[in-house]
Design a protein around this ligand. Structure first.
Ligand code: NI
Length: 300
């Protein structure tokens, strides 16, 4: 759970209501406020930073009572909830925002970063008020601390992709444990949160991996093969061909064409009516959460 001042805490399920009653939140995006700068750019800030940002000349968006919507020609606007249907009927589409469990959703995931292209992907996610999950390599985290921190601050999830992109199925339990805990600590050191999920490099896992990891393993249901085609158009085509409600989509933020594809992929999915959520949000809505010792490749 999250405090209004940005602190995070793992809370037992039975205590969630108690924390909620004293102002803690279950989802980080509940403490993030959309604001505009004077040029109309959206900035999203923690609620406790909002008064300072107001002093600096930022203004609140219409926020809680509205949804961010987009038109094909690139305009965006906050629309009151009651008018969302009307805008949809004339081909506007909704951005991300608060999770509605009754609506279709997919989880975009990016592996192997953080890298130099990750920031531009975050720009797209932030623009459309959408979220993704980044399965990071521990060794790269300290090279891009600001990127990891920024991802968390806009509601994205950080997952664990081992320290050195190791093939965990060939390691001992102690080695598996070290690969994952080193990465968890690296993420904590820069972003103040511990990853809750891991993705085994090469999708390679066995019983020893699942037992030693002490975290749920996350696979995927849509393999874009972006690492192979290195082509933004083909990556988008692959998403169009295979995505359905509950999909977990695999891409890699270490490749420039994947970053180039980000905006078209995000726009396409939002236009199809999908909410772009983190893996934890997807599994929480669709599977009642993710259990240690198990692997998940979709939310359907
Ligand atoms: Ni990988």
């Amino acid at each position: 759970m999250y405090a209004p001042d940005g602190r995070t805490l793992s809370v037992a399920e039975s205590e969630v209501a108690l924390y909620g009653s004293v102002g803690w939140y279950e989802h980080i995006y509940d403490v993030v406020v959309p604001m505009y700068d004077t040029r109309g750019n959206i900035k999203r800030v923690y609620t406790d930073n909002a008064p300072q940002k107001l002093k600096e000349g930022y203004t609140y968006a219409k926020s809680e009572t509205t949804e961010l919507m987009f038109s094909d020609d690139g305009r965006f606007i906050y629309v009151p909830h009651a008018q969302v249907g009307a805008y949809l009927s004339v081909n506007w589409y909704r951005g991300g925002g608060k999770l509605d469990p009754s609506r279709p959703m997919v989880a975009i995931t990016y592996d192997d970063g953080p890298a130099k292209y990750t920031d531009s992907i975050l720009d797209c996610l932030e623009k459309y008020n959408a979220r993704a999950t980044f399965f990071v390599q521990g060794n790269s985290v300290s090279k891009y601390p600001g990127v990891v921190k920024r991802a968390v601050s806009i509601g994205c999830e950080i997952g664990n992709h081992t320290k050195t992109h190791a093939n965990l199925s060939k390691l001992t339990a102690a080695q598996i444990s070290a690969q994952l805990s080193d990465t968890n600590n690296a993420v904590y050191n820069v972003a103040g949160i511990y990853p809750k999920l891991f993705r085994p490099p090469y999708g390679a896992y066995n019983k020893t991996v699942l037992e030693a990891a002490k975290m749920p393993a996350i696979m995927w249901s849509v393999d874009t093969l972006d690492w192979k085609t290195r082509n933004a158009t083909k990556t988008l085509e692959s998403v169009k061909k295979s995505t359905r409600d509950g999909s977990i989509i695999l891409m890699h933020d270490i490749h420039a064409p994947t970053a180039d594809a980000a905006e078209s992929v995000i726009k396409y999915l939002l236009k199809q009516g999908y909410q772009l959520v983190t893996v934890s949000e997807l599994l929480s809505c669709r599977k009642g959460g993710a259990e240690v010792g198990k692997s998940y490749s979709n939310g359907y």
